[in-house]
Design a protein around this ligand. Structure first.
Ligand code: UN1
Length: 510
């Protein structure tokens, strides 16, 4: 998207569209065609500094508004997202390549989160806490932290920015946002919505660009909290940098090496359906996508035959076509990583069952030859907890079938043998197996007899271990972007202390 003057689209800082300080621009590319979608200004450290300064200046007046007034701007955006769902869904699909029902669902998930955050403005905040002393009232209040930096990924280019920003703004913080460099057009549209909604100058700022701009947000100590959703590699650096700085905080949601466990009691119709959805929706590019299927020996052969059959035949194609199941991956780097891990699976002893990694020319839709096309890659492998292909995240349609024998304890042991712990599912008809998985599997989002994707916004979204340090999402995001005050007020005229502590002032004088 270029502006009407033909020059690259701009940043949005302090209520103005601006070229910023740099001279470089970058292109957004349609992953299905390789066609350019528009040029965007590439933000610099100086642009981030300007945006943070604006956010800092705007913070006191914004925090002084009521929750209801702050939420008003978000309601305008909610209506715009709803009214423009089809149009924006198509833009999401064009820019990140996921098929059109997923493009629309991204926008729907965005307005659900805006609805949650804006609606929450009218819900009770804080808690009354009993005191040992009858004449004391204690309660907890929260105050906005100030300036919040939001760094978001390309795979949910509208929904995840609103996970971060809707709650953050309603709670009274100001925002500096850097969207992923693969999806700047979606970033531009979101910024236009804030502009249309009349958000006060400096409260919302957009800086387009790459990792250097993201680093500048992380390095600026005027940014009180950083919310990050993206790769574990970057997220751990963000958490590491900020964790060492007093008064600053980071809330990061990273990837997973998620699994679906299929036990001896599983209904195989549910199992196959859930596994295909978990592994291949979004071409395997959700942080909750499943790259491991842990299947009991009693049902292994039948499951394998049915899963392989579908993996051979799911439609890979033009993501704007309603008949497509899998669109392209987002860019060349994703293809390279996918191929690298497919090779690794072979080297580590994987027996390849489906190899559509390089699609035949006739499988690629006409006119889309320059897109980033891959199909499912499925292999079976003897379980070994040290295999890299079973522990490292690929972020593509790369799936291992792992056969297990024994009870649910063994399945959960295999499930947990990765450094990650984001999402997972169990397919079983025995409620004891389901409850064992619920209580013991190490993960943040757990499903029974369902795919391990598709969480609704009112649930916390985040993981354990290497997958996260607190979800930048809904109620949990409130904790990340506010500081709690434990407040106690005395209704008596005497001072009486808890814990039996004497309040007598003792002196030498009679
Ligand atoms: C992601 O995987 O990057 O639970 C986000 C889901 C969606 C969000 C996914 N609501 O699948």
């Amino acid at each position: 998207m270029t502006s009407q003057t033909g020059s690259p689209s701009r940043h949005y800082i302090d209520g103005e569209w601006t070229d910023g300080d740099g001279t470089d621009s970058f292109e957004s590319v349609n992953p299905a065609t390789g066609d350019g979608l528009g040029e965007f200004r590439r933000g610099t450290t100086a642009d981030v500094e300007t945006a943070v300064a604006a956010a800092n200046r705007a913070a006191p007046a914004w925090r002084d508004l009521s929750f209801i007034d702050r939420a008003q701007h978000l309601w305008d955006i909610f209506h715009e997202l709803r009214d423009r769902t089809d149009e924006l869904g198509e833009i999401v699909t064009k820019e990140c390549g996921k098929e059109i029902s997923e493009g629309r669902a991204d926008v729907v998930e965005a307005y659900h989160m805006v609805e949650w955050a804006a609606g929450n403005a009218r819900h009770p905040h804080g808690e009354i806490v009993p005191s040992e002393i009858p004449s004391k009232d204690s309660y907890m209040r929260r105050k906005p932290r100030g300036v919040v930096g939001c760094i978001t990924p390309w795979n949910f280019p509208v929904a995840i920015p609103f996970w971060h920003m809707a709650v953050t703004l309603v709670e009274g913080n100001t925002v500096v946002w850097k969207p992923a460099e693969q999806t700047p057009w979606c970033g531009q549209i979101v910024a236009e919505m804030f502009d249309d909604a009349g958000i006060p100058d400096g409260v919302f700022n957009l800086v387009q660009g790459f990792g250097d701009a993201g680093n500048a947000i992380v390095d600026d100590d005027r940014v009180d909290t950083v919310l990050f959703t993206g790769s574990a590699e970057v997220g751990h650096k963000v958490a590491g940098t900020i964790g060492g700085e007093p008064g600053r905080s980071a809330c990061c949601e990273m990837g997973g090496k998620n699994a679906v466990v299929i036990t001896d009691t599983a209904d195989l119709d549910i199992a196959v359906h859930s596994a295909v959805m978990s592994s291949f929706k979004t071409t395997g590019q959700r942080c909750v996508s499943s790259e491991r299927l842990i299947v009991h020996e009693d049902v292994y052969d039948e499951f394998k035959a049915r899963f392989v059959d579908l993996a051979e035949s799911v439609t890979v194609g033009d993501p704007l076509d309603e008949e497509t199941f899998m669109g392209p991956v987002v860019d060349d780097d994703q293809i390279e990583k996918f191929q690298r891990y497919n090779d690794l699976a072979r080297e580590e002893g994987g027996e390849v069952l489906v190899d559509r990694a390089e699609l035949a020319p006739e499988e690629i839709p006409g006119g889309h030859e320059d897109g980033y096309w891959v199909g499912p890659f499925v292999y079976e492998i003897e379980y070994d907890p040290d295999l890299r292909c079973l522990t490292e995240e690929v972020f593509g349609p790369h799936v291992a079938l792992i056969e297990y024998s024994g009870d649910i304890e063994r399945a959960v042991e295999i499930h947990d043998a990765t450094p990650y712990g984001l999402a997972g599912a169990i397919i079983a008809e025995d409620y004891r197996q389901i409850n064992y998985f619920r209580d013991h599997a190490e993960l943040g989002l757990a499903y029974a007899n369902l795919p391990c994707i598709g969480a609704e916004v009112q649930l916390p979204f985040g993981g354990v271990k290497m997958s996260g340090s607190g979800p930048p999402h809904a109620r949990e995001a409130i904790e990340a972007v506010t500081d709690r005050t434990a407040w106690t007020v005395n209704n008596a005229t005497d001072i009486e202390m808890a814990q039996g502590l004497s309040a007598d002032i003792k002196t030498d004088e009679e």
